[in-house]
Design a protein around this ligand. Structure first.
Ligand SMILES: NC(=O)C1=CN([C@@H]2O[C@H](COP(=O)(O)OP(=O)(O)OC[C@H]3O[C@@H](n4cnc5c(N)ncnc54)[C@H](O)[C@@H]3O)[C@@H](O)[C@H]2O)C=CC1
Ligand SMILES: NCC(=O)COP(=O)(O)O
Length: 336
């Protein structure tokens, strides 16, 4: 069976630590084999810093699974890394980018089963000319290149998934001040449609129940606390229902996340990033996984970022990365 492809991420962050820690628990946790993509020297150096006895071996997609029990298989991209733990350096951004590109190429060629990404530092990538808000949009562009519809990237949707809560931000990495202007009926409908489709096709939820949060306090209080909920969100929900999708809203976001409310839906669509990522991380920081919907391949990632202050200290928890590896394995495994 081909391995999962796990990217380097930001080399000055905790990604290398988590990768080594996850591999060290491969037997205890019965982890699926993964091929790490990046500079092998980063993983050798971080293993020394952490006092972990990990053999780091050059590997290919074909050799990774057999090697995985006794060594961390690493596919070198040839991009050197200069950043030290906790001290990001934009000159390493090409290595982070190359690992993502290589992982996608392997999955698209059938040589890896899914892409699992370690966190990147967006500001560091931007300094190096990275023109995408994050992985989500970059992966959509990579999915289009040479694919069935070259030049027309699929719409990629971010979902933070855990056993207790799944959330989707309709707008993602944009300034809060821009949210009302960028929020449209069509954007909500498209995001919800992709979410419903992938929850059914990939997560096995036959008829997903979507709770659509309002933008304003009390979902706009009948238009008296902002018009967006009446003028944009409500028509979007009506269009979704007309299309046969089980959507409800606009719902006041402040009362959407208590246990009784959570029992009434499979996923919440929020209008902006922190509206839904904050409750998701409050409830399940250690186990939540970032899953990209709408792509022609499976991609997962931990729910957290680079945590520079923890890099090389041994205090970072690998649990979200482990959950991401497990979910990627599950989603990439055809159901019997
Ligand atoms: N998928 C990705 O590539 C993501 C990347 N980021 C990037 O990460 C960078 C730092 O972002 P922050 O907002 O500081 O978020 P962060 O998630 O890196 O850190 C937030 C807090 O959580 C702690 N933390 C994070 N991961 C942890 C772990 N595995 N174990 C224990 N504690 C952990 C940190 O020490 C910090 O106190 C930013 O440049 C951002 O762009 C953030 C989220 C996702
Ligand atoms: N806050 C989530 C995040 O930053 C992850 O974004 P992406 O890199 O997966 O697009």
């Amino acid at each position: 069976m081909p391995p999962l492809a796990l990217t380097l991420g930001e080399p000055a962050g905790i990604g290398p630590d988590l990768t080594l820690q996850a591999w060290a628990q491969r037997f205890a946790l019965k982890l699926p084999p993964f091929l790490t993509i990046g500079d092998p020297g980063v993983f050798q150096g971080r293993a020394r810093a952490l006092g972990l006895d990990v053999a780091v071996e050059p590997a290919t997609p074909d050799s990774a699974a057999a090697m995985f029990p006794h060594a961390l298989p690493v596919l070198a991209t040839g991009h050197p890394v200069t950043a030290a733990p906790g001290r990001p350096d934009a000159s390493s951004a090409p290595a982070a980018r190359a690992a993502i590109e290589a992982a996608v190429a392997l999955v698209r060629a059938g040589r890896a089963r899914a892409v699992v990404t370690n966190p990147i530092a967006k500001s560091v990538m931007y300094q190096a000319g990275f023109a995408f808000p994050g992985h989500t949009e970059f992966l959509a562009a990579l999915a289009a290149d040479g694919g069935p519809a070259p030049g027309k990237p699929p719409r990629a949707v971010m979902m933070i998934w855990s056993a207790v809560l799944a959330v989707v931000p309709v707008t993602i990495h944009i300034p809060l001040a821009e949210v009302p202007r960028r929020l449209t009926r069509d954007l909500i409908v498209e995001t919800a449609t992709i979410t419903a489709r992938d929850l059914a096709a990939r997560f096995g939820i036959a008829r997903p129940r979507l709770a659509i949060a309002g933008l304003n306090p009390h979902a706009g209080e009948a238009g008296t606390l902002g018009r967006e909920d009446e003028d944009i969100v409500r028509p979007a929900v009506a269009a979704l229902r007309a299309a046969g999708i089980d959507a409800r809203g606009p719902l006041p976001a402040d009362t959407l996340f208590h246990p009784a409310a959570r029992a009434t839906y499979d996923v919440v669509l929020g209008m902006y990033h922190d509206q839904v990522l904050a409750p998701a991380k409050a409830l399940a920081f250690d186990t939540a996984v970032n899953v990209t919907l709408g792509l022609p391949f499976v991609r997962t990632s931990p729910d957290h970022g680079t945590a520079f202050e923890l890099a090389g200290t041994g205090h970072a928890s690998p649990s979200s990365l482990i959950a991401a590896l497990r979910l990627a394995h599950r989603l990439a495994t055809p159901s019997p």
